[in-house]
Design a protein around this ligand. Structure first.
Ligand code: 5GP
Ligand code: ZN
Length: 114
């Protein structure tokens, strides 16, 4: 069994508040939310980071964006706006090395993020 916590969530070995299980991709609530809406969207297959995505795997990124679009609409974020974030590498704040897209909404966001 993988040591990776997100692989363990996919395998239902670690509990998570799953909001969408959609074939190749999964969305669940972040354990430590940074906004009223804070979802993590992941491919079910293990890819360590966005910089590891091969040309063959690139369609999964499109699936993540498609799911983000649907979930943002579902959460009523279209008027207020929302933020999608992928941290790549520990220097950029990546702490879980299984590709994930943060979907954040429900509060104002500043730019640049700092
Ligand atoms: P990163 O810093 O790698 O971009 O984001 C990792 C995110 O995963 C963090 O926001 C953190 O709160 C979340 N996280 C870490 N472990 C777990 C977990 O076991 N369950 C859930 N739901 N979120 C987690
Ligand atoms: Zn993994």
């Amino acid at each position: 069994m993988s040591e990776c916590v997100f692989c363990r969530i996919v395998a239902r070995k670690v509990p998570a508040s799953i909001v969408q299980d959609d074939g190749d991709v999964l969305a669940f609530r972040d354990l430590n939310p940074q906004a009223p809406v804070h979802l993590l969207l992941i491919p079910k297959s293990h890819i360590a980071s966005v910089s590891d995505v091969t040309m063959e795997q690139a369609p999964i990124v499109g699936q993540l964006l498609g799911l983000a679009n649907r979930l943002a609409k579902q959460a009523g974020l279209m008027d207020s706006g929302y933020r999608l974030v992928i941290n790549c590498g520990s220097g950029a704040g990546q702490s879980v090395f299984h590709l994930h897209l943060h979907l954040l909404g429900g509060r104002p966001f500043r730019w640049p993020p700092g």
